[in-house]
Design a protein around this ligand. Structure first.
Ligand code: NAD
Length: 561
């Protein structure tokens, strides 16, 4: 609470208790005062009462102190909201309702909502009942940069009040306020086929049940989304026997309705005035559709109950990427790590490998670096052994390291030919074989080699015979191993990038050719390393288990022209 604001200390003292804990504290203080002024009270009772006052009375302040502090724009919005004369505004006819400042979502609840947004990885949020936007801005802070929060607010005055604060925050641009009846807005959103990852309901209590039903019946909540409902404990009135208060009774009915609803699961977090967190049970099909024509199979439920994007995760998997110190390999290491795998970062250059490890570690991805020259058999075996001794196994082998040298074929030296083949083909074979032995023994593995579009076409005008031939070899190696090992659980595939904007093509001889290449690429641009990331995750995950010996070409259409 902002105690420095003029007059606010006084107003804080006069505050009506607004949560079960605040009501409890008020009652305990009264009881404690009575006990203190009553002569023959047993000391033990007084001591228990004092302890109860200390525990209940200290809770909110402690949560406030220990919860991550709010941002500047939120702090300012809070101050402005609680010091605003809402009664006066209402008397002047600027708001339809008399708005109590207690409506504001405070610091601890705001940070809780922001945390829920992070935890549920929500990108699109719907808020029903915005008030001055404290909750909206807290949630927006938790959204990714391209996230969106639509706030429904009946009072146009509140939109005008909140907007300048949104404008001051870098997260405010994620918020769109729609004024008018929330139900009308919900209908409009449903008609447009909109869906949300999280819906926060904090509006007129009598309508909670209607909003909730409308959201579920019209698929406004996406499959794994959550609905959060504010004030669901309503000062304890939802469970007190003598409640006559209309909102308390409405919330009691709402809570019971949700508890009995087979479409969802719910918990109430007893924070402030209670936040219900309600999750759609993904497949309550039988109960909601009765004798319908739904085919309850793996297509409907997902394999092992996992929907497709979950099946593309790599949690718990052990991967290595060669040539991961820069370029395509670095992007592969990040992608596999983001999808959940632990990564051994392998490169000829120890500093590059170590730097990529640090990047991964900063993102919460377990990684370690290995310095190895994959054209040397001892190095390859040492690489495999050190991964197995550290992490016990290898699930994903990403054999990506490669080199490219240019010369006219009539001038290509045997040294260039041998160096290229030693890294690109012999090295890739040695990695496949050493990793394959581990994988065949465990009956599971995913090998992904980096070939090149040069395996299909002859890129020009640069002259790179040994490169082209070595990469064609990588494809045949992949096809052969892919068919030889599939029945023992090891899939071998390769990715053939077109021309990728990496240090490899920034050599003096290649740089002048970029304009020429662009005219050969239907996509009109070179590939970025990020264009290749989804492919490596796909080939590494269980969802691609039926693919083997495949050459996945990603070249913006270049090989088709
Ligand atoms: P890059 O030169 O930017 O990076 C390659 C990395 O591999 C470097 O960090 C290097 O130190 C490491 N490396 C080289 N030889 C090694 C060896 N013997 N042992 C261990 N590490 C070694 O290259 P890039 O563009 O990221 O290419 C990666 C792979 O993609 C290569 O196989 C390349 O042939 C292939 N590829 C690249 C392009 C492109 O346009 N860049 C296109 C198609 C295919």
């Amino acid at each position: 609470m902002e105690k420095e604001i003029d007059g606010e200390v006084e107003r804080e003292k006069q505050r009506v208790p607004d949560t079960p804990v605040e009501v409890l504290v008020e009652l305990l203080i009264k009881a404690n005062n009575i006990a203190a002024s009553t002569g023959n009270m047993p000391e033990e009772l007084k001591s228990h009462l004092q302890k109860a006052v200390d525990i209940a009375g200290g809770l909110d302040d402690y949560l406030d102190k220990i919860t991550t502090q709010e941002s500047e724009p939120l702090a300012e919005l809070y101050k402005k909201t609680i010091s605003h004369d809402w009664d006066h505004v209402h008397k002047e006819g600027k708001t339809l309702f008399r708005l109590p400042k207690e409506c504001i979502t405070g610091h601890v609840e705001g940070q809780t909502l922001k945390m829920l947004i992070h935890m549920s990885k929500a990108k699109r949020v719907l808020e029903i009942g915005m008030f001055t936007g404290y909750g909206a801005l807290s949630m927006a802070e938790g959204l990714p940069e391209d996230g969106l929060l639509i706030a429904c607010e009946i009072e146009p005055y509140l939109k005008d009040f909140a907007q300048p604060f949104f404008d001051k925050s870098p997260h405010g641009k994620k918020i769109t306020v729609k004024t008018g009846s929330a139900m009308a807005t919900l209908k409009e959103l449903a008609a447009a086929g909109e869906q949300f990852d999280m819906v926060f309901i904090d509006a007129d209590k009598n309508n909670y049940i209607n909003y909730y039903n409308f959201i579920l019946e019209n698929n406004l909540l996406r499959m794994q989304g959550v609905i959060c409902v504010d004030n669901s404990l309503f000062k304890g009135k939802v469970y007190l026997g003598d409640t006559t208060d209309g909102s308390g009774l409405a919330l009691r009915e709402f809570n019971q309705f949700v508890a009995d609803d087979p479409r969802v699961e719910q918990v109430i977090i007893p924070l402030r005035d209670g936040i219900s967190v309600i999750r759609r049970v993904p497949l309550a099909a039988e109960s909601s559709h009765g004798q319908s024509k739904i085919r309850d199979d793996e297509v409907f439920r997902g394999i092992n109950g996992r929907p497709i994007l979950d099946r593309m995760r790599l949690d718990g998997k052990v991967a290595y990427v060669t040539g991961a110190g820069q370029g395509i390999g670095r992007a592969f290491a990040h992608a596999l790590g983001e999808a959940g795998a632990k990564i051994a970062v392998v490169d000829l250059d120890p500093d590059r490998a170590e730097a990529v490890c640090e990047e991964l570690f900063l993102k919460g991805i377990n990684a370690f670096s290995i310095t190895a020259d994959i054209s040397k058999s001892d190095d390859v075996q040492r690489m495999i052994d050190s991964i197995v001794s550290k992490w016990g196994t290898i699930h994903i082998a990403c054999n990506n390291a490669g080199i490219n040298m240019n010369s006219a074929s009539e001038d290509t030296s045997l040294e260039e030919w041998d160096r290229t083949f030693n890294v690109n083909l012999r090295g890739t074979f040695m990695c496949c074989q050493a990793a394959g032995r581990v994988m065949l023994k465990q009956g599971y593995g995913k090998i992904i080699n980096t070939a090149s579009m040069a395996s299909l076409i002859v890129p020009h005008p640069q002259k790179q015979l040994s490169y082209n031939a070595s990469k064609a070899g990588v494809v045949k190696l992949t096809q052969t191993l892919g068919t030889e090992w599939i029945d023992r659980g090891v899939r071998v595939n390769c990715i053939s990038p077109g021309i990728v904007d990496t240090p490899l093509i920034h050599s003096e001889s290649l740089r002048p050719l970029v304009q020429r290449w662009l005219s050969d690429i239907p996509a009109g641009r070179l590939a970025q390393v990020t264009d290749l990331q989804a492919a490596v995750v796909f080939l590494a995950c269980d969802a691609s288990d039926y693919m083997t010996g495949h050459n996945l070409v990603i070249e913006g259409g270049q090989s088709l022209w």
